[in-house]
Design a protein around this ligand. Structure first.
Ligand SMILES: Nc1ncnc2c1ncn2[C@@H]1O[C@H](COP(=O)(O)OP(=O)(O)O)[C@@H](O)[C@H]1O
Ligand SMILES: [Mg+2]
Length: 345
């Protein structure tokens, strides 16, 4: 991204903290070239009385309770390469959810998505079970400290680059291909935005499956990237549906919000939305028409945001944004979108 901060520079150079979202912080797990505070060091520093390994199969966790076993696991983590651990944060009190629940939910979703993708998992996901510690396929763990310190909730993933260079052609193609795969398993990501995408060796990949649903959701997911139609079919009044995503953008992407680039995009979508409501306001009818493209719409807004951030005003990207976020003529499926994008690029 254009405005690379010193923190991002340090991260790029192999620092410990790779990135942070609303629900978690991603750290290097094993030794890094500079050997800054990777996660294994935290395990060395804190006395733990037990570590509960979460495995790919939903069976009971594997409990490590002796100092010897915990030490062996820490040594194993120290030698892992390209592994990140997302440390799940305690939810805000208004979310009415325990940290344990938050962690379990995310693990369950990761298991579900991994299973659905099957042989395609490596190609599209950063989620990966860690092999090599005894016979387990480990997807995360809970550390319980000996003293009154808080529990440590960690979810593993393959390390990619979160402060990636944007090659927009590749970016759009890779993510649309992932959406085709998702759609074939009747899954929706629901939270597509630049910080939920990373660049891996071979392709751009979606991360953060925290908002994933089976089949098409009527609401929820990332507010600034979602369409007014989504909130309307979800039950909001047309007035609220029109202002909700707009407020989200103002809050999260304030610099973009204040530009003509965003205002033009917003005005076009808003106008289309109102024209459609004049023809029909039946929520079920509209849901059938707009539900299937909800992830594509979010991708469209994501591309628009990156276009602005990276100063990429090539008209082919503008056409892609217009088509992905079109309410007049929404794609019926990711497959249809992919074919159209391939022709357009
Ligand atoms: N596999 C990964 N490789 C590199 N960075 C990652 C990876 N997974 C997460 N991150 C970084 O951590 C941040 C938070 O992770 P994410 O799963 O999006 O958590 P949250 O649910 O808090 O948004 C991401 O925005 C990204 O910067
Ligand atoms: Mg995220």
């Amino acid at each position: 991204m254009v405005d690379r901060t010193r923190k991002q520079e340090r991260q790029k150079n192999g620092g410990a903290l790779l990135g942070e979202g609303a629900h978690g912080k991603a750290y290097n797990v094993g030794r890094t070239p500079r050997n800054t505070d990777a996660l294994y060091k935290l395990l060395l520093k804190t006395p733990y009385k037990s570590i509960s390994l979460q495995t790919l199969e939903q069976e009971k966790p594997v409990e490590l309770t002796t100092a010897k076993d915990i030490h062996a696991f820490t040594e194993f983590l120290k030698e892992t390469k390209n592994l990140i651990g997302k440390v799940v944060k305690a939810p805000q009190f208004w979310q009415k959810k325990s940290q344990q629940r938050e962690f379990q939910d995310e693990l369950d979703v990761n298991r579900m998505v991994l299973k659905a993708f099957g042989p395609q998992a490596d190609r599209f996901l950063t989620t990966q079970p860690v092999q090599g510690f005894r016979d387990h396929a480990i997807i995360g763990f809970i550390g319980t400290p000996s003293d009154k310190k808080p529990l440590l909730y960690v979810i593993f993933g393959h390390k990619c680059n979160p402060s990636y260079k944007v090659e927009l052609d590749r970016f759009v193609l890779d993510i649309t291909e992932a959406l085709v795969e998702l759609e074939s398993h009747r899954l929706r990501h629901n939270d597509i935005k630049p910080t939920n995408i990373v660049r891996c060796e071979d392709r751009y990949k979606l991360i953060d499956w925290g908002a994933t649903t089976t089949d098409i959701p009527k609401r929820g997911g990332g507010v600034p990237m979602s369409s007014p139609m989504r909130y309307y079919v979800g039950g909001l009044s047309s007035y609220l549906a029109r202002t909700f995503p707009y407020i989200g953008v103002e809050y999260e992407y304030n610099d973009w919000f204040n530009t003509n680039h965003y205002q033009d995009l917003f005005n076009r979508i808003d106008k289309e939305f109102l024209e459609i409501l004049k023809v029909t306001s039946n929520r079920e009818t509209l849901f059938k028409k707009y539900g299937p493209s909800s992830d594509l719409y979010q991708l469209g807004i994501t591309v628009a945001l990156l276009q602005y951030k990276e100063g990429l005003d090539d008209s082919k990207y503008t056409r892609i944004v217009e088509r992905l976020t079109s309410l007049k003529e929404p794609f019926r499926s990711a497959k249809e979108a992919l074919a159209w994008i391939r022709k357009t690029l």
